[in-house]
Design a protein around this ligand. Structure first.
Ligand code: PHE
Length: 431
């Protein structure tokens, strides 16, 4: 039994179909308390991150993510009625689910505490929704979409936060379906070559893989057209994921630029749980929701998704009367006045003989003091001085999305950041 299923004594599918409110608060307190207990061991979930776990933006009727997810569900209901819809607001999974069962190699960087959030040796905040796929398939669900929150330690700028939301889709084809589909139409241009250049899952025929890839391509093309407009240009390229082969990613051309929106492929044989009939093949895809919502609504900063400001919320509140027309789905965000940024630099020496310096530790430390008041952190200088000491300087830009920050407020945060750097980053000495 997985930890997740064990927590509430229900199957994962049943759990996701139930209202999540009570469960949500249990999880939030579990994460907060376990992170605190685990502090000093391997646990590295900061309070700033634990606070995000309980927000459940997909359930918030004033969040653009809620509307995007609703639009995706409506699209699947209309065009792919066989797909079940799940929402999973419980991001704590096992390391096995997130990495081992998905064939991530032992030395994959995602496994390190620099890149991911761990509660302890066994449990972590999922880095992708793929972590939940096997458990759903194991319950006998053959076709589904699932959305939820995922966590990755990351840089600080207007398009990156350590929490975001992903949509994942899976479709399993049984041996009978594969055999029945041999009269498939020719594959779209480019797809044949893309498949030919890659391995196929153990035991699968190339023809079966062509069928599954063709269906994946069609499904994603229709989804992109529904989201970005019928004529949206798309391009496809080969890529790699540890758990799929062949693998491909799709980009759409929108607002004058190519935007990478979805990673996908045919699941490798060991990913399918034993309850799936032998000889089946499945496609899967994963898509970041913030990135799509940001371009559709011209949202300039990813922190806005977490804003509680009425001027943000009012713009995405459902229209009275409930009519969700196309224009409403595409409406552009109107920035409320932009508040002035305040920059502060922090410089320090790093003694790598004491400890390797990990930028993500610095970013999390800054977020734990400044939370969503920090807009970006950039390395502006790095040098080795005459005595062989390595020095780094970072520019922290503070900016609130809903008020003007005063120098005094920023100084207080900056002082706290400096004190934490001095006391908690090993081998680092402030300059
Ligand atoms: N999990 C992958 C990611 O987060 C996306 C993906 C999902 C790729 C399913 C292939 C299949 O980037």
């Amino acid at each position: 039994m997985t930890w997740a299923a064990g927590l509430c004594g229900r199957s994962i599918v049943e759990r996701m179909q139930r209202p999540t409110v009570r469960l949500a608060s249990t999880i939030a307190s579990t994460v907060a308390c376990t992170a605190a207990q685990a502090a000093g061991r391997r646990g590295n979930v900061t309070d700033a991150i634990a606070a995000k776990v309980s927000r459940k933006l997909l359930n918030d009727p004033c969040s653009p993510l809620h509307h995007l997810w609703a639009q995706v569900k409506a699209h699947f209901a209309a065009h792919h009625p066989a797909f079940a819809h799940f929402q999973d607001d419980q991001p704590v999974v096992t390391v096995r689910q997130n990495f081992d069962e998905l064939l991530f190699p032992a030395d994959h960087p995602g496994r390190s505490a620099h890149d991911s959030y761990f509660l302890d040796e066994q449990r972590m905040l999922r880095t992708h929704m793929t972590a939940n796929e096997r458990a759903i398939m194991a319950e006998g669900v053959r076709r589904f979409i699932v959305a939820g929150d995922v966590y990755r330690r990351d840089a600080i700028d207007c398009t990156h936060m350590p929490v975001f939301h992903q949509l994942e889709g899976v479709s399993i084809f049984t041996p009978d379906e594969l055999a029945a589909g041999t009269q498939q139409p020719p594959l779209p241009e480019g797809l044949e070559e893309l498949i030919a250049g890659q391995e196929v899952p153990a035991g699968a025929s190339r023809d079966a893989v062509r069928l599954v890839m063709g269906d994946l391509h069609g499904t994603l093309s229709r989804l992109m057209a529904a989201l970005f407009g019928e004529a949206v240009p798309m391009r496809w390229s080969a890529t790699t994921f540890p758990f799929t082969t062949p693998s491909m990613e799709a980009e759409v051309f929108y607002n004058g630029q190519w935007l990478e929106v979805v990673g996908s492929g045919v699941l490798r044989a060991p990913i399918l749980p034993p309850s799936v009939p032998a000889g089946s093949l499945a496609w899967a895809f994963g898509m970041g929701l913030e990135r799509v919502a940001m371009v559709l609504h011209a949202i300039p900063d990813i922190r806005l998704f977490w804003s509680q400001d009425a001027r943000w919320r009012a713009q995405f509140a459902p229209p009275s009367g409930g009519a969700h027309g196309r224009a409403w789905e595409r409406r552009r965000f109107v920035p409320f006045s932009k508040y002035p940024p305040i920059g502060r630099d922090v410089s320090f020496y790093v003694d790598e003989a004491v400890a390797a310096f990990a930028e993500n530790d610095l970013f999390d430390l800054i977020r734990s003091h400044a939370d969503d008041l920090v807009e970006s952190v950039e390395k502006i200088d790095e040098f080795v001085d005459g005595r062989g000491r390595s020095s780094r300087c970072y520019r922290i830009t503070f900016r609130s999305m809903d008020k003007t920050l005063t120098d005094a407020q920023v100084n207080a945060i900056q002082d706290a950041i400096r004190a934490s750097i001095a006391s908690s980053l090993p081998g680092v000495t402030l300059r």
